[in-house]
Design a protein. Structure first.
Length: 320
């Protein structure tokens, strides 16, 4: 019979919620800790998804952005927490906090560690065109994603997968792996192995990472769009507008006009309902775009509204 483990979950993104929900079905979640304050967008308060989940489950919530680690540690000790489980929390935790649960502090990381340590492992893997990834669960240490590996399960990334597709694969792979590791930690029979090799670092996505250089190969631009959609999105400039490219796909067999090769960033219409943009070594078909302050729109609608016409030239956007 599975052991009921008293767990404190630490996380701040939507990818954390289904994993935490699965844990709550099998164990007792004593506390949820988030790492960021509520955002205000267009006059609306956007609550953290983990906070909303915990409130719906009547699970106490603490905010690591406001509560000192010493207070978190004291709460974990008072609640007699057996296990600290972290998934997409976004901040390092001090060692004395990691040492406070009775059994262990463990972390679900969405990459084949030691590769892609850091803040943006999902985006960087897609940008790099990776076709094979893994969910790794590690024993947490005071250093960034360098703890001993407790379990690792591979999954595939299709060449057409956007970030939400990859996140669904991470969740589907990570839930059973997480439950299995928690059971083995509770029984005391989990095996640990050190990370071997230098690995790599997945640095945080910054404004310059969103900028599309149309002189790059089609595959590189396509991977950038897949990695950053639906938010913050890869972007380009069209006149004074910063245009977000929400969806696109490589276009095979579409030549330049005879004798007049198009410059990178040039838009060409494909009939009345489709459009493509020239990259360094070919064409990328545009599918969904978003102008500032507007909802994402299909290329068909933009062509009909004359917001997108043949011969337009996209340029790299200036940094905000």
């Amino acid at each position: 019979m599975p052991t009921d483990v008293r767990i404190a979950v630490f996380g701040s993104s939507s990818i954390s919620v289904p994993v935490f929900d699965a844990i709550a079905e099998h164990h007792t979640v004593m506390l949820a800790v988030i790492s960021e304050r509520a955002r205000v967008e267009r006059g609306r308060v956007i609550e953290n998804p983990v906070q909303l989940w915990a409130a719906a489950k009547s699970i106490p919530v603490m905010n690591g952005a406001d509560v000192p680690p010493a207070v978190l540690r004291q709460t974990i000790l008072e609640d007699r927490v057996d296990l600290l489980f972290l998934c997409s929390y976004g901040k390092l935790l001090p060692q004395d906090l990691l040492d406070s649960p009775r059994l262990a502090s463990i972390n679900l990381h969405p990459s084949p560690l030691p590769w892609y340590r850091g803040a943006a492992p999902i985006e960087r893997q897609i940008m790099d065109g990776c076709t094979l990834s893994a969910v790794t669960i590690i024993q947490m240490s005071g250093t960034l994603d360098r703890g001993d590996i407790l379990a690792q399960q591979e999954f595939e990334i299709a060449a057409t997968d956007y970030r939400p597709d990859v996140e669904r694969s991470i969740i589907a792979t990570g839930i059973p792996l997480t439950l299995s590791v928690i059971e083995r930690v509770a029984r005391g029979d989990v095996e640990r192995r050190p990370q071997v090799g230098q690995g790599s670092y997945a640095r945080k996505i910054k404004a310059e990472d969103e900028m599309i250089d149309w002189a790059r190969p089609v595959t590189g631009v396509y991977n950038q769009i897949r990695a950053l959609s639906p938010d913050p999105c890869a972007a380009t400039s069209l006149g004074e507008d910063r245009l977000r490219i929400v969806r696109a796909s490589p276009l095979a067999g579409f030549p330049d006009a005879a004798g007049s090769p198009s410059l990178p960033g040039t838009v060409a219409l494909l009939g009345r309902r489709r459009a493509a943009v020239r990259c360094g070594d070919g064409w990328l078909e545009l599918e969904i775009l978003q102008f500032p302050g507007k909802k994402p729109m299909s290329v068909d609608d933009l062509i009909n509204g004359r917001r997108l016409t043949g011969g337009m030239v996209f340029a790299p956007p200036t940094l905000p």
